[in-house]
Design a protein around this ligand. Structure first.
Ligand code: GTP
Ligand code: PEP
Length: 229
């Protein structure tokens, strides 16, 4: 357990629930393909790593988070994210995003069968711990819950209460898919940083306007292209 974090003590209304987050991350050389136009060559994998570092760091600073498990086959990303305090496991299924998330949730529950589990995308570089805490507080009221992305089409967060299977259905128009699967949509204002996934140059500018974490900020400062300013 990360130093300073308290163990979950129960699930009564006034008792804090401490979540295990599962963060999926593609091999960096393949990640963020839609950023290619804006950040080609060597920059794109570096941005993908910086986004993941700021996401994981923000999540680990959230008071409602007990631990973060990253599912990735990328050795550099695994080492860098472990250095921040995440546990990492290989993407053993090697069968895409949802298989990776189901694998991560199973890994969490193999250690703690009663864990509250949530999937969180690795591309949320503006993530604010206090906003994630509000999302997690809303999620605890439902067996499964999700948060739509900033575009209103996809999903950035999906939770499963203890005893409930995660059943991830990410990819493309997953907001509708998660809703149709019975997960409850979390309708909160002012959690923009948890919704703000970054796929394109425009997304990155939107994240910069919210305020990104230090790794993404440093990556932008070092970027030669004007699109990052
Ligand atoms: N472990 C793992 N993570 C994945 C896989 N596919 C996608 N992800 C992660 O899931 C999240 C959303 O993924 P996508 O938007 O599909 O991929 P991306 O690399 O972020 O962006 P694009 O290449 O532009 O689609 C990101 O955190 C990805 O790194 C996979 O097969 N395995
Ligand atoms: C995987 C998803 O997001 P995106 O592909 O837009 O990053 C999703 O919203 O389910």
């Amino acid at each position: 357990m990360t130093p300073g974090r308290r163990a979950a003590t129960g699930a009564g209304d006034n008792v804090p629930v401490h979540w295990s987050l599962v963060v999926p991350l593609k091999p960096l050389a393949l990640a963020k393909s839609r950023l290619s136009e804006a950040a080609g060559g060597a920059m794109r994998p570096r941005f993908a790593l910086a986004f993941a570092q700021d996401t994981v760091s923000g999540a680990l600073r959230c008071r409602a988070v007990r631990d973060v498990l990253v599912v990735t086959d990328d050795p550099l990303a695994a080492a860098e994210l472990a250095a921040l305090g995440a546990r990492t496991v290989p993407d053993a299924p090697g069968a895409g995003l949802n298989a990776a998330l189901a694998h991560g949730a199973a890994e969490v529950r193999a250690r703690r069968p009663a864990a509250a589990v949530a999937a969180l995308n690795a591309d949320l570089p503006a993530l604010r711990p206090a906003e994630l805490e509000r999302v997690l507080a809303a999620a605890r009221k439902f067996p499964r819950a999700f948060l739509a992305d900033a575009a209103g089409i996809g999903t950035t967060f999906l939770s499963a209460a203890p005893g409930t299977e995660l059943r991830p259905a990410f990819g493309g128009p997953s907001r509708h898919r998660h809703s149709a699967s019975g997960a409850v949509e979390i309708e909160l204002d002012a959690v923009d940083s948890v919704r703000r996934d970054v796929d394109t140059g425009d997304d990155l500018r939107a994240a910069l306007a919210l305020g990104v974490g230090p790794r993404t900020a440093a990556r932008c400062a070092a970027a030669p292209a004007a699109w990052c300013r």
